[in-house]
Design a protein around this ligand. Structure first.
Ligand code: PEP
Length: 249
């Protein structure tokens, strides 16, 4: 089965840079080993959609508002994202949980609104360094998953991908070990089993994210129970990301 490779550009790349990036990526992506989803900033979604149309590469956003429409100055709705070609949205990234104080309750609402509007969700969960060092990884991951996925029907889980992104590994150069990733993948599948079903726990796609690079991605994405990766910093370097997307096993 092909690996799923997701790029999170965060608040990087203007329109001109995006144009150069997507021109090169589309021309050189072989598509034999990976399914790819790009999550550029909102302002580049339309342009990215233009370049990605007719290719197997999919488009996602990095955030969405939990309401359908209305007086929410500066916000973007799920329906708007669909209309510019996004099929996915990242929800619950640790930068949004921590820097923008997004709660599990809000994340749950964002997931429900996104699913209702036909967007697939890439839900990020992960523990802090303090949680890890005090042996609370399992407890934190369970709490996030149970609150974020509360009230979802089992068939809706088919439109949810879960990314394990330990906070201490994001943007730090300090990636998790294969052992850590395999342990958390087991925890996630157990929580899905207990709250949904055996089938759901088997079928749900799990990603690892946190300081993936050209040296460590093969080993980490080869972890048991992991279906792909969420890439931040390295995804901005088109040659490196092409190498990853074309070579992943
Ligand atoms: C991310 O922000 O989702 C991420 C994984 O970032 P990085 O690869 O830069 O650690």
């Amino acid at each position: 089965m092909k690996k799923l490779i997701v790029a999170n550009f965060k608040m990087n790349q203007n329109l001109n840079e995006a144009k150069q990036y997507f021109t090169k990526f589309v021309a050189n992506f072989k598509g034999e080993r990976a399914n790819v989803i790009f999550c550029p900033p909102f302002v580049s979604l339309s342009l990215a959609n233009y370049f990605l149309q007719g290719t197997p590469i999919k488009l996602g956003a990095q955030n969405v508002n939990e309401e359908e429409a209305g007086a929410y100055t500066g916000e973007i709705s799920a329906n708007m994202l669909k209309s510019v070609g996004a099929e996915y949205v990242i929800i619950g990234h640790s930068e949004r949980r921590n820097k923008f104080k997004e709660s599990d309750k809000l994340i749950n609402k964002k997931i429900k609104t996104s699913l209702k509007n036909g967007l697939k969700c890439i839900l990020c969960v992960g523990e802090s360094a303090i949680d890890k060092n005090s042996g609370k990884t399992s407890e934190i991951i369970r709490k996030q998953l149970e609150e974020d996925l509360k009230g979802l029907y089992e068939n809706e889980l088919e439109s949810v991908i879960i990314a394990y992104e330990p906070i201490w590994a994001i943007g730090t150069g300090n990636n998790a070990s294969v052992k850590d990733v395999e342990m958390v993948a087991k925890i996630i599948r157990k929580v899905i089993y207990e709250n949904f079903s055996e089938k759901a726990s088997r079928d749900i796609q799990l990603l690892y994210g946190g300081s993936l690079n050209e040296k460590n991605y093969q080993a980490l994405l080869g972890s048991n129970g992991i279906d792909g990766g969420l890439f931040g910093g390295v995804s901005l370097k088109v040659d490196s990301f092409l190498n990853i997307a074309n070579s992943v096993r």
